[in-house]
Design a protein around this ligand. Sequence first.
Ligand SMILES: [Zn+2]
Length: 83
Amino acid sequence: MNNKKMTWTPEEFRFKLFNKKVCPLCSGKLKHHIKKVYVGKERGPNSTLLRDTDQYFDWYYCENCSRDYSISDLVKLKMEYEK
Ligand SMILES: [Zn+2]
């Protein structure tokens, strides 16, 4: 069993909890999915042993535009709109 790691910036976490996930281009509904990336050997939360570790990322897919956005893309785009 590999370690599972999920990390968000505070902005990303707030976005994940409170914001409606819509496509920045067409305002269509986005489909949430998870991407797994192998990051190498790291120490687990309850152990000093190095174990294979996968990091999990939130991604959002728009079927209308056939575009995939990471949560950090969406947060960046949102902050640009609000300037
Ligand atoms: Zn779209």
